[in-house]
Design a protein around this ligand. Structure first.
Ligand SMILES: [Zn+2]
Length: 160
């Protein structure tokens, strides 16, 4: 009998000049990039946290602390693969991912298929199992002022 478990992940990063903007494992051309200890990929971090949360395995900060120099500027695709191994080691597999990015600019629609491919590839899913949506905040708040970017993700796990 399979058992289903859902997880929620939320992540925030500041947007600053002079940083690459990694989103969903894809380098998105922009005037600003996300600030963080790793490559600051807000979407992959939210997905990692949702996966860990669904399995009640803590959070990304527990497994990959930002005080550890091993993770300085690390490619978050590596963290996603590590989280995938962690949940598999606990007998879970991912059923699907549904994520929403909140950012004012740039338009990310052209990059979504590439993001789906990266994430599906790392999690052993098909692109139909990976949903990525984006919304602005209608110019409201820190997202609207382009001071930051937010991602929310839900991940469903199945235990065999
Ligand atoms: Zn993060």
């Amino acid at each position: 009998m399979s058992k289903l478990r859902i997880g929620l992940g939320v992540d925030f990063h500041q947007l600053v000049d002079g940083r690459d903007f990694w989103l969903g494992g894809v380098l998105v051309p922009h005037t600003k990039g996300a600030l963080g200890h790793s490559d600051a990929d807000v979407l992959l971090h939210a997905i990692c946290d949702a996966m860990l949360g669904a399995a009640a395995l803590g959070d990304i900060g527990t497994h990959f602390p930002d005080t550890d120099n091993t993770y300085k500027d690390i490619d978050s695709k590596i963290l996603l693969s590590r989280c995938s191994e962690l949940i598999k080691g606990n007998g879970y597999s991912v059923v699907n991912v549904d994520a929403t990015l909140c950012l004012q600019a740039p338009k990310i629609k052209p990059y979504v298929p590439q993001m789906q491919e990266v994430i599906a590839g790392r999690l052993g899913l098909t692109i139909e199992d990976v949903s990525i949506k984006a919304t602005t905040t209608e110019m409201l708040g820190f997202v609207g002022r382009e001071e930051g970017v937010v991602a929310y993700a839900n991940v469903l796990l199945e235990k065999q």
